[in-house]
Design a protein around this ligand. Sequence first.
Ligand code: SF4
Length: 402
Amino acid sequence: MNNILREVINIVIRIELRQHVGAPCKPIVEIGKSVKKGELIAVPTGLGANIHSSVYGKVTSIDDTAINIEADEQQPEEYVKIQDTLTYLEAIEQAGVVGAGGAGFPTHVKLNTKLPGGTVIANAAECEPILEHNMKFMEEHPDIIVRGLKYMVEITGAAKGYIAIKPHHTKAVVALGKACKGEPNISLKYLPNIYPAGDERVIVREILGVELKPGALPLEANTVISNVETIKNVVAAIEDRRPVITKDITVAGRVHGAENVGRVFLDVPIGMPIEKYIEEAGGIIEPYGEIVLGGPFTGKHGEKDSPVVKTLGGILVSMPFPQTHKKLGIIVCECGAQEQRLKEIAAKMGAEVVAEERCKRMVEVNGRYRCDLPGICPGQASTVLKLKSQGAEAVLISNCED
Ligand code: SF4
Protein backbone atom coordinates (compact mmCIF):
# COMPACT_ATOMS: atom_id res chain seq x y z
CA MET A 1 0.00 0.00 0.00
CA ASN A 2 2.81 2.40 0.71
CA ASN A 3 4.75 1.96 -2.49
CA ILE A 4 4.74 5.70 -3.17
CA LEU A 5 7.17 6.82 -5.85
CA ARG A 6 10.15 8.58 -4.34
CA GLU A 7 11.60 10.26 -7.42
CA VAL A 8 10.06 13.67 -7.10
CA ILE A 9 13.31 15.65 -6.95
CA ASN A 10 13.26 19.11 -8.60
CA ILE A 11 9.57 18.88 -9.35
CA VAL A 12 6.95 21.44 -8.46
CA ILE A 13 3.73 19.59 -7.91
CA ARG A 14 0.36 21.22 -8.33
CA ILE A 15 -2.33 20.09 -5.94
CA GLU A 16 -5.70 21.21 -7.21
CA LEU A 17 -8.21 22.64 -4.75
CA ARG A 18 -11.14 21.00 -6.46
CA GLN A 19 -10.72 17.26 -6.90
CA HIS A 20 -14.25 16.32 -5.88
CA VAL A 21 -17.90 17.16 -6.34
CA GLY A 22 -18.57 20.44 -4.51
CA ALA A 23 -16.82 23.77 -4.07
CA PRO A 24 -13.02 24.17 -4.18
CA CYS A 25 -11.27 23.62 -0.84
CA LYS A 26 -9.78 26.51 1.16
CA PRO A 27 -5.98 26.44 1.59
CA ILE A 28 -4.80 26.36 5.22
CA VAL A 29 -1.07 26.75 4.45
CA GLU A 30 0.90 29.82 3.42
CA ILE A 31 3.51 30.47 0.77
CA GLY A 32 6.96 29.52 2.07
CA LYS A 33 5.67 26.94 4.54
CA SER A 34 7.40 23.57 4.68
CA VAL A 35 4.89 20.74 4.45
CA LYS A 36 5.11 17.04 5.10
CA LYS A 37 3.74 14.17 3.07
CA GLY A 38 0.20 13.55 4.34
CA GLU A 39 -0.15 16.98 5.97
CA LEU A 40 -3.58 18.59 5.66
CA ILE A 41 -3.22 21.61 3.35
CA ALA A 42 -6.79 22.50 2.31
CA VAL A 43 -10.24 21.96 3.79
CA PRO A 44 -13.76 21.96 2.33
CA THR A 45 -15.97 25.04 2.46
CA GLY A 46 -19.15 23.01 1.94
CA LEU A 47 -19.59 19.71 0.15
CA GLY A 48 -16.06 18.48 -0.50
CA ALA A 49 -13.16 16.53 0.92
CA ASN A 50 -9.88 17.30 2.74
CA ILE A 51 -6.74 17.71 0.63
CA HIS A 52 -3.29 16.68 1.86
CA SER A 53 0.23 17.21 0.58
CA SER A 54 1.53 14.18 -1.34
CA VAL A 55 5.20 15.13 -0.82
CA TYR A 56 7.66 16.71 1.60
CA GLY A 57 8.40 20.16 0.25
CA LYS A 58 7.83 23.91 0.40
CA VAL A 59 4.75 25.80 -0.74
CA THR A 60 5.91 28.07 -3.58
CA SER A 61 2.62 29.62 -4.63
CA ILE A 62 -1.11 29.43 -4.12
CA ASP A 63 -3.68 30.52 -6.66
CA ASP A 64 -7.44 30.23 -7.02
CA THR A 65 -7.25 26.66 -8.26
CA ALA A 66 -4.19 25.00 -6.71
CA ILE A 67 -1.39 24.89 -4.15
CA ASN A 68 2.06 24.51 -5.74
CA ILE A 69 4.73 22.69 -3.73
CA GLU A 70 8.39 22.32 -4.60
CA ALA A 71 9.29 18.77 -3.61
CA ASP A 72 12.31 18.14 -1.34
CA GLU A 73 15.14 15.94 -2.54
CA GLN A 74 14.47 13.44 0.20
CA GLN A 75 11.06 11.80 0.16
CA PRO A 76 10.85 9.27 3.00
CA GLU A 77 7.96 6.83 2.84
CA GLU A 78 6.58 7.97 6.21
CA TYR A 79 3.59 10.27 6.06
CA VAL A 80 1.57 12.30 8.53
CA LYS A 81 -1.28 10.08 9.67
CA ILE A 82 -4.81 11.38 10.00
CA GLN A 83 -5.85 12.08 13.57
CA ASP A 84 -7.50 9.39 15.66
CA THR A 85 -11.22 9.16 15.09
CA LEU A 86 -14.05 7.48 16.92
CA THR A 87 -15.70 5.99 13.83
CA TYR A 88 -14.71 4.56 10.46
CA LEU A 89 -16.79 7.23 8.76
CA GLU A 90 -14.80 10.00 10.46
CA ALA A 91 -11.54 8.37 9.34
CA ILE A 92 -12.80 8.34 5.74
CA GLU A 93 -13.75 12.01 6.06
CA GLN A 94 -10.41 12.99 7.60
CA ALA A 95 -8.55 11.13 4.83
CA GLY A 96 -10.35 13.04 2.07
CA VAL A 97 -11.62 9.93 0.28
CA VAL A 98 -13.68 10.67 -2.86
CA GLY A 99 -15.02 8.54 -5.71
CA ALA A 100 -11.81 7.57 -7.51
CA GLY A 101 -13.59 6.20 -10.57
CA GLY A 102 -14.00 9.72 -11.91
CA ALA A 103 -17.09 10.98 -10.11
CA GLY A 104 -15.28 12.48 -7.12
CA PHE A 105 -18.28 12.37 -4.78
CA PRO A 106 -17.09 12.59 -1.14
CA THR A 107 -17.20 9.03 0.22
CA HIS A 108 -17.99 10.00 3.82
CA VAL A 109 -21.17 11.67 2.56
CA LYS A 110 -22.14 8.70 0.38
CA LEU A 111 -21.62 6.22 3.21
CA ASN A 112 -23.43 8.32 5.80
CA THR A 113 -26.61 6.33 5.32
CA LYS A 114 -28.31 3.23 6.67
CA LEU A 115 -29.14 0.33 4.38
CA PRO A 116 -31.09 -2.21 6.46
CA GLY A 117 -31.34 -5.39 4.41
CA GLY A 118 -29.49 -3.58 1.63
CA THR A 119 -26.19 -3.95 -0.15
CA VAL A 120 -22.86 -2.26 -0.77
CA ILE A 121 -21.47 -2.93 -4.24
CA ALA A 122 -17.84 -2.64 -5.33
CA ASN A 123 -17.81 -1.38 -8.90
CA ALA A 124 -15.06 -3.51 -10.41
CA ALA A 125 -16.20 -3.07 -14.00
CA GLU A 126 -13.27 -0.86 -15.04
CA CYS A 127 -15.53 -0.19 -17.94
CA GLU A 128 -13.67 2.30 -20.13
CA PRO A 129 -11.56 0.42 -22.68
CA ILE A 130 -7.75 0.46 -22.24
CA LEU A 131 -7.76 1.28 -18.50
CA GLU A 132 -6.28 -1.54 -16.43
CA HIS A 133 -5.13 -0.18 -13.09
CA ASN A 134 -8.20 -1.37 -11.15
CA MET A 135 -7.76 -4.91 -12.49
CA LYS A 136 -4.07 -4.94 -11.64
CA PHE A 137 -4.78 -3.81 -8.10
CA MET A 138 -7.50 -6.43 -7.60
CA GLU A 139 -5.30 -9.19 -9.01
CA GLU A 140 -2.55 -8.26 -6.53
CA HIS A 141 -4.61 -7.20 -3.50
CA PRO A 142 -8.05 -8.86 -3.62
CA ASP A 143 -8.07 -9.12 0.18
CA ILE A 144 -8.09 -5.31 0.48
CA ILE A 145 -11.26 -5.03 -1.60
CA VAL A 146 -12.96 -7.67 0.55
CA ARG A 147 -11.89 -5.95 3.79
CA GLY A 148 -13.04 -2.59 2.43
CA LEU A 149 -16.45 -3.96 1.53
CA LYS A 150 -16.77 -5.40 5.04
CA TYR A 151 -16.03 -1.97 6.55
CA MET A 152 -18.60 -0.38 4.27
CA VAL A 153 -21.20 -3.03 5.09
CA GLU A 154 -20.56 -2.35 8.79
CA ILE A 155 -20.77 1.45 8.38
CA THR A 156 -24.08 1.32 6.51
CA GLY A 157 -25.62 -1.65 8.34
CA ALA A 158 -26.13 -3.34 4.95
CA ALA A 159 -26.80 -7.08 4.78
CA LYS A 160 -24.44 -7.98 1.94
CA GLY A 161 -21.45 -6.77 -0.02
CA TYR A 162 -21.09 -7.62 -3.71
CA ILE A 163 -18.16 -7.21 -6.08
CA ALA A 164 -19.54 -6.47 -9.56
CA ILE A 165 -17.09 -7.59 -12.23
CA LYS A 166 -17.07 -8.84 -15.83
CA PRO A 167 -16.26 -12.56 -15.97
CA HIS A 168 -13.64 -12.22 -18.71
CA HIS A 169 -11.28 -10.55 -16.21
CA THR A 170 -10.33 -14.06 -15.18
CA LYS A 171 -7.20 -13.28 -13.12
CA ALA A 172 -9.03 -10.74 -10.97
CA VAL A 173 -12.10 -13.00 -10.74
CA VAL A 174 -10.00 -15.92 -9.48
CA ALA A 175 -8.12 -13.74 -7.01
CA LEU A 176 -11.28 -12.12 -5.66
CA GLY A 177 -13.09 -15.47 -5.54
CA LYS A 178 -10.38 -16.87 -3.28
CA ALA A 179 -10.43 -13.75 -1.09
CA CYS A 180 -14.23 -14.06 -0.66
CA LYS A 181 -14.01 -17.67 0.57
CA GLY A 182 -15.23 -17.95 4.15
CA GLU A 183 -16.94 -14.55 3.95
CA PRO A 184 -20.66 -15.29 4.31
CA ASN A 185 -21.75 -11.76 3.40
CA ILE A 186 -19.35 -10.93 0.56
CA SER A 187 -19.60 -12.44 -2.90
CA LEU A 188 -18.84 -11.89 -6.58
CA LYS A 189 -21.57 -10.94 -9.05
CA TYR A 190 -21.11 -10.82 -12.80
CA LEU A 191 -21.75 -7.92 -15.14
CA PRO A 192 -22.39 -8.29 -18.87
CA ASN A 193 -19.42 -7.58 -21.12
CA ILE A 194 -20.79 -4.31 -22.45
CA TYR A 195 -20.04 -0.63 -22.18
CA PRO A 196 -21.31 1.03 -19.97
CA ALA A 197 -21.61 -1.92 -17.56
CA GLY A 198 -19.94 0.27 -14.91
CA ASP A 199 -22.81 2.78 -15.02
CA GLU A 200 -24.48 2.69 -11.59
CA ARG A 201 -27.95 2.11 -13.03
CA VAL A 202 -26.66 -0.78 -15.15
CA ILE A 203 -25.04 -2.30 -12.06
CA VAL A 204 -28.26 -1.96 -10.04
CA ARG A 205 -30.26 -3.54 -12.87
CA GLU A 206 -27.85 -6.40 -13.53
CA ILE A 207 -26.92 -7.22 -9.93
CA LEU A 208 -30.09 -6.40 -8.00
CA GLY A 209 -32.71 -6.70 -10.75
CA VAL A 210 -34.05 -3.21 -10.03
CA GLU A 211 -34.64 -0.78 -12.91
CA LEU A 212 -33.88 2.74 -11.65
CA LYS A 213 -35.47 5.69 -13.41
CA PRO A 214 -33.15 8.09 -15.28
CA GLY A 215 -31.51 10.39 -12.72
CA ALA A 216 -32.35 8.09 -9.76
CA LEU A 217 -29.60 7.19 -7.30
CA PRO A 218 -28.65 3.63 -6.24
CA LEU A 219 -29.93 4.55 -2.74
CA GLU A 220 -33.43 4.12 -4.14
CA ALA A 221 -32.54 0.43 -4.53
CA ASN A 222 -31.19 0.35 -0.95
CA THR A 223 -27.59 0.18 -2.12
CA VAL A 224 -24.44 2.25 -2.46
CA ILE A 225 -21.83 1.62 -5.13
CA SER A 226 -18.13 2.48 -4.86
CA ASN A 227 -15.27 2.10 -7.31
CA VAL A 228 -12.61 -0.38 -6.19
CA GLU A 229 -9.90 2.27 -5.80
CA THR A 230 -12.22 4.24 -3.54
CA ILE A 231 -12.54 1.08 -1.43
CA LYS A 232 -8.75 0.74 -1.39
CA ASN A 233 -8.59 4.30 -0.02
CA VAL A 234 -11.25 3.51 2.59
CA VAL A 235 -9.09 0.64 3.86
CA ALA A 236 -5.97 2.84 3.89
CA ALA A 237 -7.82 5.50 5.90
CA ILE A 238 -9.14 3.02 8.48
CA GLU A 239 -6.18 0.65 8.85
CA ASP A 240 -3.15 2.82 8.05
CA ARG A 241 -4.62 6.26 8.95
CA ARG A 242 -3.39 7.22 5.51
CA PRO A 243 -4.91 10.21 3.69
CA VAL A 244 -5.53 10.11 -0.07
CA ILE A 245 -2.17 11.28 -1.42
CA THR A 246 -1.76 8.93 -4.37
CA LYS A 247 -3.67 7.69 -7.40
CA ASP A 248 -3.49 4.56 -9.56
CA ILE A 249 -3.30 5.30 -13.29
CA THR A 250 -2.99 3.65 -16.71
CA VAL A 251 -0.80 5.24 -19.42
CA ALA A 252 -1.64 4.10 -22.96
CA GLY A 253 -2.00 5.06 -26.61
CA ARG A 254 0.83 6.55 -28.66
CA VAL A 255 3.40 6.01 -25.93
CA HIS A 256 6.54 3.90 -26.36
CA GLY A 257 6.20 0.86 -24.14
CA ALA A 258 2.47 1.35 -23.64
CA GLU A 259 1.05 1.31 -27.15
CA ASN A 260 -0.50 -2.14 -27.30
CA VAL A 261 -0.89 -2.85 -23.62
CA GLY A 262 -1.44 0.02 -21.20
CA ARG A 263 1.22 0.64 -18.58
CA VAL A 264 -0.09 0.72 -15.02
CA PHE A 265 1.39 2.89 -12.28
CA LEU A 266 0.08 2.31 -8.78
CA ASP A 267 0.33 4.90 -6.00
CA VAL A 268 1.41 7.92 -8.04
CA PRO A 269 1.64 11.09 -5.90
CA ILE A 270 -1.27 13.45 -6.45
CA GLY A 271 -0.19 16.72 -8.05
CA MET A 272 2.59 15.24 -10.17
CA PRO A 273 2.65 16.45 -13.80
CA ILE A 274 1.30 13.63 -15.97
CA GLU A 275 4.23 14.04 -18.39
CA LYS A 276 6.42 12.26 -15.83
CA TYR A 277 4.47 9.02 -16.27
CA ILE A 278 4.30 9.32 -20.06
CA GLU A 279 8.10 9.66 -20.01
CA GLU A 280 8.48 6.83 -17.52
CA ALA A 281 6.45 4.57 -19.80
CA GLY A 282 8.76 5.39 -22.73
CA GLY A 283 7.71 8.80 -24.07
CA ILE A 284 5.27 9.98 -26.73
CA ILE A 285 5.32 8.46 -30.20
CA GLU A 286 5.25 11.37 -32.66
CA PRO A 287 3.07 12.45 -34.34
CA TYR A 288 0.13 12.40 -31.99
CA GLY A 289 -3.24 14.12 -31.67
CA GLU A 290 -3.79 15.06 -28.05
CA ILE A 291 -3.42 13.88 -24.47
CA VAL A 292 -6.66 12.60 -22.98
CA LEU A 293 -7.25 12.57 -19.22
CA GLY A 294 -9.52 9.66 -18.30
CA GLY A 295 -10.89 6.91 -20.52
CA PRO A 296 -11.43 6.99 -24.28
CA PHE A 297 -15.21 7.46 -24.01
CA THR A 298 -15.52 10.10 -21.32
CA GLY A 299 -11.99 11.52 -21.02
CA LYS A 300 -11.19 15.19 -21.56
CA HIS A 301 -8.35 17.11 -23.16
CA GLY A 302 -5.21 17.45 -21.04
CA GLU A 303 -1.77 19.03 -21.26
CA LYS A 304 1.65 17.58 -20.44
CA ASP A 305 1.75 19.60 -17.23
CA SER A 306 -1.78 18.66 -16.12
CA PRO A 307 -1.52 17.36 -12.55
CA VAL A 308 -2.59 13.96 -11.27
CA VAL A 309 -5.85 14.39 -9.32
CA LYS A 310 -7.88 12.06 -7.08
CA THR A 311 -10.25 11.24 -9.94
CA LEU A 312 -7.76 10.73 -12.78
CA GLY A 313 -7.83 7.24 -14.28
CA GLY A 314 -6.06 7.28 -17.60
CA ILE A 315 -3.40 9.25 -19.41
CA LEU A 316 -3.99 8.44 -23.07
CA VAL A 317 -2.10 9.81 -26.06
CA SER A 318 -4.29 9.77 -29.15
CA MET A 319 -3.48 9.24 -32.80
CA PRO A 320 -3.29 12.40 -34.93
CA PHE A 321 -6.73 13.75 -35.78
CA PRO A 322 -7.74 12.83 -39.32
CA GLN A 323 -8.18 16.09 -41.22
CA THR A 324 -11.57 15.56 -42.87
CA HIS A 325 -12.65 19.18 -43.48
CA LYS A 326 -16.14 17.76 -43.83
CA LYS A 327 -19.53 18.90 -42.64
CA LEU A 328 -20.16 16.77 -39.56
CA GLY A 329 -23.25 15.73 -37.66
CA ILE A 330 -22.75 14.75 -34.01
CA ILE A 331 -24.70 12.24 -31.89
CA VAL A 332 -24.38 12.75 -28.14
CA CYS A 333 -25.02 9.97 -25.62
CA GLU A 334 -24.97 10.02 -21.80
CA CYS A 335 -22.28 7.37 -21.60
CA GLY A 336 -19.86 9.02 -24.01
CA ALA A 337 -18.34 12.38 -24.90
CA GLN A 338 -20.71 15.27 -24.38
CA GLU A 339 -21.64 17.96 -26.88
CA GLN A 340 -18.77 20.34 -26.07
CA ARG A 341 -16.18 17.58 -26.25
CA LEU A 342 -17.49 16.34 -29.61
CA LYS A 343 -17.35 19.88 -30.97
CA GLU A 344 -13.78 20.23 -29.67
CA ILE A 345 -12.80 17.01 -31.49
CA ALA A 346 -14.58 18.14 -34.67
CA ALA A 347 -12.62 21.42 -34.60
CA LYS A 348 -9.37 19.46 -34.26
CA MET A 349 -10.39 17.51 -37.37
CA GLY A 350 -10.82 20.78 -39.25
CA ALA A 351 -14.49 19.92 -39.58
CA GLU A 352 -17.62 22.02 -39.26
CA VAL A 353 -20.50 20.76 -37.11
CA VAL A 354 -23.70 21.38 -39.07
CA ALA A 355 -26.18 19.28 -37.09
CA GLU A 356 -26.60 17.76 -33.62
CA GLU A 357 -28.75 14.93 -32.31
CA ARG A 358 -28.89 12.81 -29.18
CA CYS A 359 -28.99 9.05 -28.86
CA LYS A 360 -32.68 8.24 -29.09
CA ARG A 361 -32.71 6.80 -25.56
CA MET A 362 -31.84 10.17 -24.04
CA VAL A 363 -34.65 11.78 -22.03
CA GLU A 364 -34.73 15.12 -20.24
CA VAL A 365 -34.77 14.92 -16.43
CA ASN A 366 -34.66 18.19 -14.46
CA GLY A 367 -33.05 20.04 -17.37
CA ARG A 368 -30.40 17.39 -18.00
CA TYR A 369 -30.40 14.65 -20.61
CA ARG A 370 -30.14 11.12 -19.23
CA CYS A 371 -30.20 7.70 -20.77
CA ASP A 372 -33.48 5.85 -20.41
CA LEU A 373 -32.02 2.33 -20.60
CA PRO A 374 -28.22 2.45 -20.30
CA GLY A 375 -26.46 -0.47 -21.93
CA ILE A 376 -29.52 -1.51 -23.94
CA CYS A 377 -28.44 0.57 -26.88
CA PRO A 378 -30.46 1.10 -30.02
CA GLY A 379 -29.19 1.34 -33.58
CA GLN A 380 -28.80 4.93 -34.70
CA ALA A 381 -29.76 4.60 -38.39
CA SER A 382 -32.77 6.95 -38.15
CA THR A 383 -30.69 9.55 -36.24
CA VAL A 384 -27.96 9.35 -38.87
CA LEU A 385 -30.56 9.92 -41.60
CA LYS A 386 -31.83 12.99 -39.70
CA LEU A 387 -28.30 14.40 -39.57
CA LYS A 388 -27.81 13.69 -43.25
CA SER A 389 -31.00 15.56 -44.09
CA GLN A 390 -29.51 18.56 -42.22
CA GLY A 391 -26.41 18.57 -44.42
CA ALA A 392 -24.03 16.26 -42.55
CA GLU A 393 -21.51 14.48 -44.81
CA ALA A 394 -20.15 12.35 -41.98
CA VAL A 395 -21.13 11.58 -38.37
CA LEU A 396 -19.11 11.88 -35.16
CA ILE A 397 -20.72 9.69 -32.54
CA SER A 398 -19.96 9.48 -28.82
CA ASN A 399 -21.93 6.38 -28.01
CA CYS A 400 -20.85 2.83 -27.68
CA GLU A 401 -23.09 0.92 -29.97
CA ASP A 402 -22.75 2.13 -33.57
S1 SF4 B 1 -28.78 3.81 -25.05
FE1 SF4 B 1 -27.64 5.53 -25.94
S2 SF4 B 1 -27.27 6.95 -24.24
FE2 SF4 B 1 -27.83 4.96 -23.40
S3 SF4 B 1 -25.92 3.87 -22.99
FE3 SF4 B 1 -26.61 3.24 -25.01
S4 SF4 B 1 -25.66 4.63 -26.47
FE4 SF4 B 1 -25.45 5.56 -24.40
